[in-house]
Design a protein around this ligand. Structure first.
Ligand SMILES: [Zn+2]
Length: 481
């Protein structure tokens, strides 16, 4: 009998909070690879006797993130020590929230490509500290303590996901929600978002989960999806061949697209958690939660509504424009200058997105800044250039960041709106296309517009796309009738 399998996936996401200073001390928390051990003090270096002090801003940011994830905020929670020995944590423990976290019972909702709506539970969100960054050379290792004690929140999902697509969309949605709160950069590239996956398989319909495997070292959302697919296939094959899945931690090997054992259950660490004696209980009052709620930035859903109401965009366009916060910012910057939301939206949704997709980049890396795109749109809006010429101008502007108005003048792209000049062209076309005129006169009312369009096309071609199409139309009509 062929068995049917079902997979069970839970994700643990770590986010660095952009608080400016670290969680237990006043050291700067802007961490990048260029600065090495420049933002350190006895507290974040873990010197014996140095006492941590909780940064209030960390709590504010953490609450904001948890509220955005529909969590319940606990009025009382505490910090715990997770004990382990590793050079990146010289205190020999990490301060985290184990027994009782500050937030729990949230959820994220999203729609899959098939249109199916999915709701994934969030078990809890906890505040903890980052470790130093270890960089391993051939014969030596380096530690960068600029990362030590940068505030983190860990978001632990329920084991609600059933395949890699759901996991991928969960991460995408989580990233977008948090981006809107502005509490984290949520970038896997720079390490401000990290993700581990717990994966198991069970017989379809079973109520008992199989043995789960934790996969680490996932460096992109795509890697998460591929590691999940790989693990599901590996575990099913193992069981079908009479083996059993071991509870273990595995690493994703990006080069070979496989997972490898990092440590088995026997090697699993006992973290000997206990309450952190150097910190007080974390108390968050209802009044404080209300204050933070008032200060929440606009959510994506609210922005969609605003785009529909203030810019008269339809829902579909508003959803695409707001999917990435940066794209919605870009759109609003363009509109501020162009004063034409509909045309700006059309250009971004077609031309700009086409280029982003083709170049495989985000809007931040797009070569035409919002001011210059707004100028191109204004040139169309004021009939200074035709839409056809605007497309050429757009292509030029991709590699030329000068003021579009200067480019238009330099390349002689101005739209011709001078009637006498256009009239000459219309006469030339009509003189050379006697057949078209006859065709037009013979055509019934239904076919006339199509024939007319053909004649307009000829004039536009003659003008190299620069004639004002409205005037061309009017002149041809008056000549023909
Ligand atoms: Zn410090």
């Amino acid at each position: 009998m062929i068995k049917e399998w079902e997979s069970v996936i839970g994700l643990e996401v770590h986010l660095q909070l952009k608080t400016g200073t670290k969680v237990w001390c006043g050291c700067k928390s802007d961490y990048d690879e260029t600065g090495i051990n420049t933002h350190v003090c006895p507290i974040c270096l873990g010197h014996p006797g140095a006492l941590p002090k909780l940064n209030k801003k960390v709590v504010d940011y953490a609450v904001k993130a948890a509220l955005a994830l529909n969590c319940k905020i606990n009025n009382e929670s505490a910090f715990d020590r997770k004990n382990y020995f590793y050079p990146d944590a010289p205190k020999n423990y990490q301060i985290t929230q184990f027994e009782k976290s500050y937030a729990e019972k949230g959820y994220i909702e999203f729609k899959l490509n098939s249109g199916r709506e999915v709701k994934i539970g969030i078990t809890k969100v906890q505040i903890e500290e980052d470790t130093a960054k270890a960089i391993h050379g051939k014969n030596e290792s380096y530690l960068n303590f600029n990362r030590a004690s940068i505030p983190l929140i860990e978001i632990i999902s329920e084991p609600d996901m059933r395949n890699s697509e759901e996991a991928y969309e969960y991460l995408n949605t989580l990233k977008n929600i948090i981006k809107y709160t502005k509490v984290s950069d949520v970038s896997m590239e720079t390490g401000s978002l990290r993700c581990d996956a717990n994966i198991s398989v069970m017989e379809k319909g079973s109520k008992v989960f199989g043995t789960r495997v934790e996969v680490k070292n996932l460096n992109s959302f795509k890697a998460v999806a591929r590691a999940i697919d790989y693990e599901i296939a590996r575990q099913i094959e193992l069981i079908e061949n009479g083996g059993k899945v071991d509870q273990e931690t595995r690493l994703w090997d990006e080069e070979n697209q496989i997972t490898r054992v990092m440590r088995s259950k026997e090697e699993a660490m006992d973290y000997r958690y206990f309450n952190e004696p150097d910190l007080l209980k974390l108390l968050i009052s209802d009044e404080e939660i209300e204050e933070i709620k008032k200060d929440m930035p606009e959510t994506r859903l609210a922005k969609v509504e605003r785009f529909k109401n203030s810019y008269s965009l339809d829902e579909k366009d508003a959803l695409i424009l707001t999917e990435e916060m940066e794209l919605s910012d870009y759109f609003e910057e363009v509109v501020k200058v162009s004063n034409n939301p509909k045309l700006s939206s059309n250009w971004i949704l077609t031309e700009v997105l086409r280029v982003l997709k083709h170049q495989n980049i985000d809007i931040e890396k797009f070569s035409i800044n919002s001011g210059n795109l707004a100028k191109i749109i204004t040139l169309i809006d004021k009939n200074i250039i035709s839409s056809k010429i605007a497309k050429e101008l757009f292509e030029i502007a991709l590699n030329d960041n000068r003021d579009p108005e200067i480019i238009v003048k330099e390349k002689g792209m101005l739209q011709v709106s001078d009637s006498s000049e256009i009239e000459k062209m219309v006469e030339e076309v009509l003189a050379n296309n006697q057949k078209m005129i006859e065709d037009y006169k013979a055509a019934d009312e239904g076919r006339k517009p199509r024939v007319l369009k053909g004649i307009v096309g000829q004039v536009m071609k003659l003008s190299k796309g620069k004639a004002n199409p409205e005037i061309v139309n009017e002149l041809i009509m008056s000549k023909l009738n």
